[in-house]
Design a binder for this molecule. Structure first.
Ligand code: FE2
Length: 296
C-alpha cells in the first residue's frame, strides 16, 4: 500500500522532473545553447571543382529576453569564426512572440548583421514574421516591410524575388531568393504570398548552378529541377523534436520539410532549425543552430 510519505515523495520527484524539463525547454535550450552543424555534399547540377563554404543563419527572432541583441551579436561572431565564403540569412529577424516581449529595433538587428564577414557577401530573404511584424505594411498591404529596408540600409542584399550571380575562383553560380509565401493573412482564408518564383528564375541568364533561398520550405515543391539546392528556415525544426519527429510543424507537409537535408526525386532542400523561438518561447530537442554547408 502506498503511504502518504511515499506518495508525497513521488509527487515531489514528479514535480522536480516537470520543473526541470520546463526550465530546460523554456530557458536553457532556447536561450543558452548554440550548436554548429556541418554538412558536406555535392548537390545536383553543381560545377565540378567548385568548392563553397556557406554559413546559414535562420529565424533569429531578435527579442528580449530570448534573443537579446547581445546574443545575436555573439551568433554573428560565431558565424564569422567559421570562415564562410558566403552567408545566407533565411528570414524572420523580428519577434514572433505573443504578447510581444521587449522588442529590439530591427535596424539594430540589421546593423549587427552588417558585421558578418564573407568574401562573396551576405544575402538575405524576408520571413513571414518580417511581414507580419510591420503593422503599417499589413494595413496597407504594400511592401517592402521595415525589416527589408533596415537590412538594405545596413548594406545587406535582400533577395526579394531577385537573383545575383557570384563567382568563386573563376567559377560562377547564382543565388536566387523569393519573398515570403505567407506574407499576409487573407481574411481568415489562408495567406497571400509575395513569392514570385518565375520572375526570380527569369533573371538567371546562364547555365551556372543555382542556390535558392526561400524562408518557407513549402515552396520547394515548386522549385524547378534546374535549381541545385534550396535553403529554408521557418520551421525551427518544430521547436519540439523527439527521435527525429516534430509533432507540430508550420508547414502544409507536416514532417516532410520539418528539419535538415531533404532529398526528393534527386532535388535537394536544406531546412535550418534556426536560432530563435516564435509563438511559444520554448525549444526542446532542436537547439538553436548555425549551419555550415560545404558544397562541392
Ligand atoms: Fe521563424
Amino acid at each position: 500500500m502506498i503511504t502518504r510519505r511515499t506518495f508525497l515523495k513521488k509527487l515531489g520527484a514528479l514535480t522536480a522532473a516537470g520543473t526541470g524539463t520546463a526550465s530546460y525547454a523554456f530557458v536553457l535550450e532556447p536561450r543558452f545553447m548554440l550548436n554548429t552543424t556541418v554538412k558536406s555534399f555535392t548537390p545536383p547540377g553543381w560545377t565540378p571543382g567548385l568548392k563553397l563554404r556557406a554559413v546559414l543563419l535562420a529565424d533569429p527572432h531578435v527579442v528580449e529576453p530570448y534573443m537579446p541583441l547581445s546574443r545575436w551579436q555573439a551568433v554573428i561572431e560565431a558565424a564569422n569564426a567559421l570562415a564562410p565564403d558566403v552567408v545566407f540569412l533565411l528570414g524572420d529577424y523580428v519577434s514572433g512572440l505573443h504578447p510581444r516581449l521587449a522588442t529590439v529595433p530591427v535596424a539594430d538587428t540589421a546593423r549587427a548583421a552588417a558585421r558578418l564577414k564573407a568574401p562573396l557577401g551576405v544575402y538575405s530573404v524576408n520571413g513571414n514574421h518580417d511581414w507580419w511584424g510591420d503593422a503599417h505594411v499589413q494595413k496597407t498591404m504594400q511592401g517592402p516591410p521595415e525589416a527589408q529596408r533596415a537590412f538594405e540600409d545596413a548594406g545587406i542584399a535582400v533577395l526579394a524575388n531577385r537573383a545575383v550571380r557570384l563567382v568563386k575562383d573563376g567559377q560562377p553560380f547564382w543565388v536566387t531568393g523569393t519573398d515570403s509565401t505567407v506574407a499576409f493573412h487573407n481574411r481568415g482564408h489562408g495567406f497571400i504570398s509575395m513569392a514570385d518564383l518565375p520572375r526570380t528564375m527569369n533573371q538567371v541568364t546562364d547555365d551556372a548552378p543555382i542556390i535558392h533561398l526561400a524562408h518557407e520550405p513549402d515552396l520547394f515543391v515548386d522549385v524547378p529541377r534546374r535549381v541545385s539546392l534550396t535553403l529554408s528556415g521557418h520551421t525551427h525544426g518544430g521547436q519540439l523534436r523527439i527521435a527525429g519527429y516534430s509533432p507540430v510543424v508550420p508547414s502544409g507537409y507536416g514532417n516532410r520539410f520539418a528539419y535538415g537535408h531533404v532529398v526528393e526525386n534527386g532535388q535537394h532542400l536544406f531546412v535550418s532549425g534556426g536560432l530563435g523561438v516564435s509563438t511559444i518561447p520554448f525549444r526542446f530537442g532542436v537547439p538553436p543552430e548555425i549551419n555550415v554547408l560545404e558544397l562541392g
